[in-house]
Ligand binder design. Structure first.
Ligand code: ADP
Length: 297
């Protein structure tokens, strides 16, 4: 079981021919409602890849919140720990995609979402093979990381763009800090990525610090390595790279829960991210194994 903690949002996606400059009115060619958010996407990826996922996050007790819970459960994610707060409003995004696949996104971060994580059922860590947190609910991430460390459950962090204070607080508490490019430049400003990773490793008892660089692959480093190494990306024709990072993180956390060695976990996660970028949707385990088997090196 992978326990995923953090962001969940409702994505409203409108397909249009062209995004007109305002003032304008445009008719959508298509519409879809889906789950977004880093930790929620990662939880769905875990299930598609053959694992079990438990999700902890927070929404409002409103229609959008109910809908999200419903979608997560339909995807096979255990969403009992989704906090539905009275008076809060669920975060949502409007995603407008034009016919070239270019996206314009407006994000509403929600309102009055509860911050207090003390109601979360921490004893569920007993059944977890790994923990994955993003920085969008820092109070819950801190609590979960500390509890995981105490119990010897390995943890990974999706260190996405966030406040510097939040990244500095959380990175030392995890075992595997996997940054997005912007997250790393906030955590360690004005230094090359290699040095940023060294600083992350120096901040706490981490096993690995890494940064994902899209088609350029993943730069990673462990305390024992003299310099960073690159795990190359799998070459694919990318059609939609949205969510590649979330799927990468979910796959990585699953690999860790399965007891895969670090380099195997990075390879597994890279294959998952590449397939997501290629197909615009999260792969299943068979597709991923096929890509792994076809890699010659
Ligand atoms: P984010 O979505 O957080 O910006 P990235 O774009 O760095 O994250 O993608 C995460 C990982 O997914 C990369 O490290 C890589 O392994 C894989 N990936 C992303 N885009 C591509 C691509 N165009 N081709 C192959 N792999 C990709």
């Amino acid at each position: 079981v992978v326990l995923c903690v953090g962001q969940v949002v409702t994505d409203h996606t409108f397909r249009v021919d062209e995004v007109e400059l305002p003032p304008s009115k445009t008719t959508a060619r298509g519409y879809a409602l889906s789950v977004g958010g880093m930790a929620a996407n990662a939880a769905i990826a875990v299930v598609r890849l053959g694992g079990s996922a438990v999700f902890w996050g927070r929404v409002g007790r409103d229609e959008a919140g109910e809908e999200l819970k419903h979608i997560l459960e339909a995807e096979g994610v255990d969403a009992q720990g989704l906090l539905m707060a009275e008076g809060a409003r669920t975060p949502l995004s409007a995603v407008i995609v034009d016919k070239r696949g270019e996206r314009s996104i407006v994000t509403y971060r929600g309102e009055k979402l509860p911050t207090d994580p003390s109601g979360l059922p921490l004893d569920r860590l007993a059944e977890a093979g790994s923990l994955l947190c993003d920085p969008r609910w820092p109070e819950a991430a801190e609590l979960a990381f500390r509890a995981a460390r105490e119990r010897g459950v390995p943890s990974a962090m999706d260190a996405e763009k966030s406040e510097e204070r939040v990244l500095r607080q959380l990175v030392p508490l995890t075992d595997h800090a996997i940054f997005a490019k912007t997250g790393l430049s906030i955590f360690a400003p004005n230094v090359p990525p290699e040095e940023g990773l060294a600083r992350a490793l120096a901040a706490g008892p981490l096993q690995l610090a890494a940064v994902t660089l899209g088609e350029k692959g993943t730069l990673w480093r462990t305390p024992g390595m003299e310099r960073a190494a690159t795990r190359p990306a799998f070459p694919v024709d990318a059609t939609n790279t949205t969510g590649a990072g979330d799927v990468f993180h979910g796959a990585y956390a699953l690999a860790i829960a399965e007891g895969q060695a670090l380099e195997d976990a990075l390879r597994f996660a890279s294959a998952a991210g590449a397939l997501r970028a290629r197909d615009g949707k999260t792969p299943d385990r068979a597709m991923l194994e096929e890509l792994l088997a076809g890699e010659t090196d």
